[in-house]
Design a protein around this ligand. Structure first.
Ligand SMILES: CC(C)(COP(=O)(O)OP(=O)(O)OC[C@H]1O[C@@H](n2cnc3c(N)ncnc32)[C@H](O)[C@@H]1OP(=O)(O)O)[C@@H](O)C(=O)NCCC(=O)NCCS
Length: 279
């Protein structure tokens, strides 16, 4: 099956669903024939499964699988068929994660012994934001302050399985991916010392995302988180002329969700992560 036919299928399902059917990382994997399988009837694509391997903070590897299914075929039996085809991409005995936004896929995953691990809410608001509270001082990060960003991130996300072990190399990777800019990072200070940061990201579709925001524990509850979020969306709206502000947040992170709601964001979809350990 030709790459452009597969991309067109993913695009069509995304438009039908009104939201991206595949994450950006998996869209990039569509050009690698060993990373995806297509379920088709004749020339007509019915589903695509895409896999990718990720290194975790403890050095072990985790496989991630995503599936895109023709909307009229989104029922559990067919989802199961697509899932089984996709799991051939994953080496036997390795831990696997599947992201789901469909109840039919949830049912198929449960049938294969996958368990829900967490849910991420996607929140969005039109930019520029309106009715935001007054915010404090902030500044953008200098290029020579990437080490400060790493320290702030690891302090704010200490113990977080993915976000808490950032390195300078991660910033290099983000830069190579083409979206990271030092001027797209905002700092807030307390007593002249940086205590909070916000990394912004502009997506190819024009959405402006708060990619990472954090305030060190001792400085929380003073309005710095709100300052960072409002300032980040202001920057995205003015610098990059972004019309929609977005972010992903763990559904259990009630404090952060309350903050985002208070500045006008609303949940647009929830992505559930299911996993099954290798055996
Ligand atoms: C989320 C975070 C950035 C908020 O920073 P902050 O400086 O404490 O935020 P603010 O002081 O501006 O809080 C503003 C509002 O957010 C909400 N809020 C923030 N933290 C909260 C908490 N732990 N519990 C309940 N509400 C909370 C409240 O609505 C608060 O309003 P209030 O001041 O009227 O009570 C900070 O808690 C943090 O770094 N957490 C760890 C990293 C993280 O989870 N980042 C977000 C990932 S998407």
């Amino acid at each position: 099956m030709k790459d452009d036919a597969i991309s067109a299928f993913v695009q069509r399902v995304s438009e039908a669903q009104g939201k991206p059917a595949l994450s950006e990382a998996k869209v990039r994997r569509l050009s690698d024939a060993s990373a995806h399988v297509v379920v088709a009837e004749g020339d007509s694509i019915q589903a695509v499964a895409v896999a990718a391997k990720h290194r975790q903070s403890d050095g072990t590897f985790l496989w991630e699988l995503e599936t895109v299914v023709e909307p009229s075929l989104q029922f559990a039996e067919f989802e199961l068929e697509v899932l089984r085809a996709g799991l051939w991409l994953v080496p036997r005995g390795t831990s696997t994660t599947v992201w789901s936004q469909r109840s039919s896929l949830d049912t198929a995953l449960a049938a294969l012994g996958f368990e829900e691990r967490r849910a991420l809410a996607h929140m969005a608001a039109d930019l520029p934001l309106t009715d935001t509270p007054p915010i404090g001082d902030f500044r953008t990060m200098g290029k020579d302050e990437r080490g400060v960003l790493v320290e702030l991130n690891n302090a704010a996300f200490a113990g977080h399985p993915e976000a808490g072990t950032m390195t300078i190399e991660d910033i290099d990777v983000w830069e190579r991916e083409g979206w990271f800019r030092d001027a797209g990072v905002i700092f807030v200070e307390h007593g002249g010392v940086p205590v909070g940061f916000c990394v912004t990201k502009v997506h190819p579709n024009g959405d402006g995302e708060i990619y990472r925001v954090g305030v060190v524990t001792d400085a929380r509850g003073r309005g710095y988180g709100t300052t960072l979020a409002v300032a980040a969306y202001d920057l995205l709206a003015s610098d990059n002329r972004t019309a929609r502000g977005t972010l992903w947040v763990d559904s259990k992170n009630e404090g952060a969700i309350a903050l985002y709601r208070s500045i006008g964001l609303e949940t647009t979809m929830v992505n559930r992560e299911f996993s099954k350990s290798g055996s």
